[in-house]
Design a protein around this ligand. Structure first.
Ligand SMILES: NC(=O)c1ccc[n+]([C@@H]2O[C@H](COP(=O)([O-])OP(=O)(O)OC[C@H]3O[C@@H](n4cnc5c(N)ncnc54)[C@H](O)[C@@H]3O)[C@@H](O)[C@H]2O)c1
Length: 352
């Protein structure tokens, strides 16, 4: 991360993002939802999926490649399962509403499963999985993304970095939140390295010819490697088929990259909520999860390791810290917000 130019209150950043979206005709409610997901990425330290994506969202909306005023339609043939047509609306709003629907279905049937087609890039997957936590439910979310990864052994992008997120509640604010791309890293992190002229760690990417590279610009033209070799590749295939093909969404090379303005993204998502009471008393389970986290913390550590973290704990700690102290924005990020405000005529004060 570059040196922080300024610390911004999360509410202020949310207001700025929402104003930018409203300036391109997104409704206040949808702008606030999208802004909340964007700020969540910055709070969790996933700046590759935060305000860095605003230029592409805004440009797409202005070009009519994302529908600013979508009408979501739900179809259901079987009780707890629904399919949502996102009408090419913002992925954040579609996924948020789809998870709300999954939670409502799980409230009645014990489990709710919603597939979303005709959608867009939705940012951090954890946001939607975590919607389930206050309902004593487990949230599971998968989405496909534009091709960035070759099939294992290949050299041409065929699969997205297709992430999955699972959120499991413990006592109080305790939780396990797994949120990960099926690639070794998210493509956004490579884009950030390219913008900052930073070399990539070895083992992250191949160049156009299929040779290993640590040059972020070459990596962006080539492909990202899967997480865990063939296992990450296998996971990406499963996610593409279930979030894309099964929902009636796009998949593989039919999905457009956010910065490819030749057509809609056409991503698909699959969101599930599981009611804990369907298995056991929620309180008992939550206590078990908290005890489990404590046991992870107390597990014998390898040399030079200070602390063993539960999945999601690093992001949760950072979120708490940033909610209290503010979100650090680099000069480039501040300049970006100023540029966007001027370009889209958003009525926002940037004195922070
Ligand atoms: N919308 C999209 O199309 C899309 C595509 C790809 C990725 N993403 C998002 O990008 C983000 C980053 O993905 P990523 O794969 O780079 O994540 P990551 O590698 O930073 O983290 C993956 C998981 O490992 C856990 N973890 C990391 N370090 C740990 C440690 N030391 N101890 C214990 N647990 C640890 C994290 O809590 C997280 O659950 C995610 O939010 C993902 O949803 C979105």
């Amino acid at each position: 991360m570059q040196e922080a130019a300024v610390l911004i209150r999360p509410e202020k950043l949310k207001e700025i993002c929402a104003s930018l979206l409203q300036a391109v005709s997104v409704s206040r409610e949808d702008a606030e939802t999208t802004a909340d997901v964007t700020v969540c990425a910055e709070l969790r330290g996933i700046s590759s999926h935060g305000i860095a994506r605003m230029p592409a969202y805004l440009k797409r909306i202005r070009m009519g490649l994302i529908n600013a005023r979508p009408e979501f339609k739900f179809y259901s043939k079987y009780g707890p399962i629904a399919v949502m047509d996102a009408d090419n609306g913002l992925g954040q709003v579609a996924a948020f509403k789809a998870m709300e629907k999954a939670i409502a279905l799980a409230g009645e049937a014990g489990v709710g499963l919603v597939g979303v087609r005709n959608s867009n890039h939705f940012g951090v997957a954890a946001y939607y999985a975590m919607q389930a936590l206050p309902h004593d439910m487990i949230g599971i979310v998968i989405t496909n993304a534009s091709p960035a990864m070759a099939p294992f052994g290949g050299r041409k992008a065929f699969l997205g970095t297709n992430p999955m997120a699972v959120a499991i509640p413990g006592l109080g604010e305790d939780s396990i939140v797994v949120d990960m791309a099926s690639s070794i890293t998210a493509r956004g992190k490579i884009r950030l390295c390219a913008a900052q002229g930073v070399e990539l760690p070895a083992g992250w990417a191949l160049d156009e010819e299929g040779n290993p590279t640590t040059d972020a610009t070459k990596a962006l033209k080539g492909t990202i490697l899967p997480m865990g070799g063939p296992k990450g590749y296998a996971l990406a295939v499963l996610i593409d088929l279930m979030a894309g093909m099964l929902t009636g969404g796009g998949y593989s090379v039919a999905i457009k990259e956010l910065n490819d303005f030749s057509g809609p993204v056409n991503a698909g998502h699959l969101l599930m909520a599981i009611k804990i009471e369907a298995f056991m008393e929620a309180e008992t389970f939550r206590r078990g999860v908290s005890d489990y986290i404590a046991a992870l913390h107390e597990a014998p550590r390898a040399p030079s390791v200070q602390h063993i973290f539960a999945p999601g704990e690093i992001e949760q700690k950072l979120t708490r810290e940033r909610l209290e102290k503010g979100i650090p924005l680099a000069k480039e990020q501040v300049d970006l917000l100023k540029k966007l405000a001027a370009e889209y005529g958003a009525a926002i004060s940037l004195d922070f």
